[in-house]
Design a protein around this ligand. Structure first.
Ligand code: F6P
Length: 319
């Protein structure tokens, strides 16, 4: 009987559980034995692997986080460490692995693929920064969490006539900031993909104030600077009452949205389908609502790009 394993790695994201469930259930449906690796690559090295049954993934589709736990494992870059991981899979007769995670996790999967384990990657990260897919699992949920926070912040910003600077996650990508900024009606969105001129931001706030606007929301992606740095920079050009809000890890938790659950279910099942069809060294994704596969090499070929049209629109709508 064919045996595959599944793990979640890197920063967790809402919908990872739904993806694990899909891998396990699709695998069992196809007559495959599915093993769960606990604590990501760390668990693979430490031999923390257990066979999963249908019931093991019951009641998790709606839960945030990951039942398989996640960890960052920088040592996995060492060939000796990976050798141990490969041995742990091979001694169980497991020849294939589904890796649910971000691009750091994909690099480990790419190496394992070259070294004898067939791997397929499933994009699980709130950052939405992976090439070969329009959306990553967890992005929609994190986006909605941020929007909810921004709506609340806007209430108090209005009451106190203040400028709020909201720092959001995304690592080096600005997708969360851009989408949340557009959906939350932010006056300013600062993303790493575009040069941020704080003097210009200050001038825009000033122009708004002259027009009678008394509050303002600035969304800054963590890849640009911190909210505190942004406030300090602004103070060089304008004398206003600002407050900073760092949303932090609350952005990574919570129930996955319907979109994330469906996306995770589709991508998890597709990963199994590819492995059964002997496709390896690829990441699954969704582009124009169609399931796609992209080789790891191509995923890493280019750096992530922002939706320029949406960024332009954000500026047009926040005049
Ligand atoms: O990649 C997901 C992410 O939440 C990033 O947005 C953020 O920069 C990073 O992980 C935080 O990592 P950690 O949880 O290890 O502090």
């Amino acid at each position: 009987m064919k045996k595959i394993a599944v793990l979640t790695s890197g920063g967790d994201s809402p919908g990872m559980n739904a993806a694990v469930r899909a891998v396990v259930r699709k695998g069992i449906y196809e007559g495959v034995e599915v093993h769960g690796v606990y604590q990501g690559y760390q668990g693979l090295v430490n031999d923390n692997i257990k066979k999963l049954e249908l019931g093991d993934v019951g009641d998790i589709i709606q839960r945030g986080g990951t039942k398989l736990y996640s960890a960052r494992c920088p040592e996995f870059i060492e060939p000796e460490v990976r050798k141990k991981a490969i041995e742990n899979l091979q001694k169980r007769g497991i020849d294939s692995l589904v890796v649910i995670g971000g691009d750091g996790s994909y690099r480990g999967a790419q190496r394992l693929n070259e070294e004898g384990i067939k791997t397929v990657g499933v994009p699980g990260t709130i950052d939405n920064d992976i090439n070969g897919t329009d959306y990553t699992i967890g992005f929609d949920t994190a986006l909605n969490t941020i929007i909810d926070a921004v709506d609340r912040i806007r209430d108090t910003a209005t009451s106190h006539e203040r400028t709020f600077i909201v720092e959001v996650m995304g690592r080096d990508a600005g997708d969360l900031a851009l989408w949340a900024g557009v959906a939350g009606g932010a006056e300013t969105i600062l993303i790493p993909e575009s040069h941020s001129d704080i003097k210009e931001v200050a001038e825009r706030i000033e122009t708004g104030m002259k027009r009678g606007k008394k509050h303002s929301i600035i969304i800054v992606a963590e890849g640009v600077m911190t909210a505190a740095q942004c406030a300090e920079e602004l103070r060089k050009y304008i004398n206003i009452d600002t407050r900073e809000s760092v949303l932090g890890h609350m952005q990574r938790g919570g129930k996955p949205t319907g979109s994330d659950r469906v996306l995770a279910s589709r991508l998890g099942a597709y990963a199994v389908e590819l492995l059964l069809g002997d496709v390896r060294g690829h990441a699954v994704g969704i582009e124009n609502n169609r399931l796609t596969k992209t080789s790891f090499d191509r995923v890493f070929e280019e750096s992530h790009r922002i939706d320029e049209g949406l960024f332009k629109l954000s500026k047009e709508l926040s005049i």
